[in-house]
Write a protein that binds this ligand. Structure first.
Ligand code: COS
Length: 400
């Protein structure tokens, strides 16, 4: 595998890093204290071309790769995981549409949102109070009525919902069929769509999550994406791709924790020398560096597999759980290395701990990722007599 980035990817990554240095890192703490959606920063990210990268050219987007998106998410995640989530969330909202909508649907419903002067938002509405990990338990319904569907239900923990003008909603068209009865709809903000309770969180305060209430919403039948009953598979195919984006934000957090800890370990003197010169600290820095690098490699490999239309479930699960665990561990280690200073809110690392925790939870808990990866490994298991894979989904996929 060639690890070199293309010229376009290098330029994009540099633009994202510059943007982060100028607009995110210096303001992340101050914005966090306001505890509101960081609209000016996200608007700027939109203006400099860091959003909606995967929308195909035929629908007005740049048609870039998943790898390109991960470069932006790592760079912005380095500055602030919450702001990175706010910037990245359109990727999640629009991914099911890029996967399963027709070009005409994309042109009509997505293109106007990504080509204006003002940034606009989509929101991915899957989770409900009683349907988190267990997607098949979605209770929101969409009942066909002539050339419309009538939608009822309540979604929760929906990122960017208060800002959104288009909702990608997973609803049951045949509840008795459980996962085979789920369908996906594009729902513009219209009569009957209301924002409910806005969540108060421990971290990622620069991103906003809320309930979305659908009460007798009349959704035109043309807003059904794919066919009735395809919603569960579309959700899984979406998450297979977007989890690399979370892994990328996590890589940014893991790297930031390392950089802050290393800087401190160089300048903080105790017992007549920089504390980094003590093996106890040096070994911690080494492990933190290895974690950040491994997280980056797993993330880019997952994105590369998806970009080459190869099976990606297992590797996006690896990337998501490994990178977010790395972010969490590195953040905790950075606080430890910085001692009392690490625990103070005027230093950046306590925020990394609070932000990293959510990375282990959203877009599928790390336990769900291990379940997905474990199941994939069982399916690929090798017949010890012949040496052939029993059921290997990607014979052409290069081994990592
Ligand atoms: N791509 C395509 N199809 C997939 C798939 C994938 N990655 N994963 C599963 N499917 C298909 C299966 O092949 C199966 O198809 P059939 O019914 O035709 O046989 C169907 O989907 C059901 O699969 P499975 O039995 O594995 O589903 P489970 O209900 O056991 O759930 C998990 C599987 C737990 C992995 C899934 O529900 C999940 O990812 N949950 C986490 C959801 C999540 O991330 N929530 C966070 C909120 S989103 S921000």
């Amino acid at each position: 595998m060639d690890f070199a980035l293309t010229q376009e990817e290098k330029e994009l990554a540099e633009r994202a890093r510059e943007f982060t240095r100028e607009y995110i890192t210096p303001r992340a703490h101050e914005l966090e204290r306001r505890n509101e959606f960081p609209m000016e920063v996200v608007q700027k990210a939109y203006e400099v071309g860091l959003m909606n990268l995967h929308i195909p050219e035929e629908a007005g987007g740049p048609g870039m790769s998943l790898l390109a998106e991960t470069l932006v998410s790592e760079a912005t995640g380095y500055g602030c995981a919450g702001i990175a989530t706010s910037i990245m969330c359109n990727n999640l909202a629009f991914a099911p549409l890029v996967i399963a909508a027709t070009i005409d649907q994309l042109k009509e419903y997505v293109q106007p949102l990504i080509t204006g002067k003002k940034v606009q938002f989509g929101a991915f509405c899957l989770t409900e109070r009683k349907a988190g990990s267990d997607v098949a338990s979605v209770a929101t319904t969409a009942v066909r009525d002539g050339d419309e569907y009538i939608m009822n239900g309540v979604k929760c923990f929906i990122t960017n919902a208060p800002q959104a003008s288009l909702f990608t909603v997973f609803a049951s068209t045949q509840p008795e069929l459980r996962h085979k009865g789920l369908s996906v709809f594009m729902v513009p903000k219209t009569k009957g769509v209301k924002i409910g309770h806005v969540e108060n969180k421990m971290g990622q305060l620069n991103s906003v999550q809320s309930e979305v209430v659908f009460k007798d919403v009349r959704v035109p039948a043309e807003c059904l994406v794919g066919k009735e009953g395809e919603g569960f598979k579309i959700a899984m195919m979406t998450l297979d791709k977007t989890r690399a984006g979370i892994a990328a934000i996590a890589t940014g957090v893991a790297q930031r924790a390392l950089d802050e800890a290393a800087r401190f370990a160089n300048i903080r003197h105790q017992f007549g020398r920089p504390i980094g010169k003590f093996q106890g600290i040096g070994f911690m820095l080494a492990a933190m560096g290895a974690r950040a690098s491994a997280a980056r490699l797993l993330t880019r490999y997952a994105a590369w597999l998806a970009d080459h239309n190869m099976p990606v479930s297992k590797h996006s699960a690896f990337a998501k759980f490994f990178a977010s665990d790395a972010a969490m561990q590195n953040a905790i280690d950075a606080v430890q290395i910085m001692g009392g200073y690490g625990y103070l809110t005027e230093y950046p690392v306590e925020k990394l701990v609070r932000d990293a925790k959510l990375l282990q939870i959203y877009e599928g808990t790390n336990q769900i990722q291990r379940l997905v990866a474990g199941n994939a490994i069982l399916k690929e298991s090798v017949d010890l007599d012949t040496g052939f894979h029993v059921e290997y989904p990607g014979r052409d996929a290069p081994l990592f």
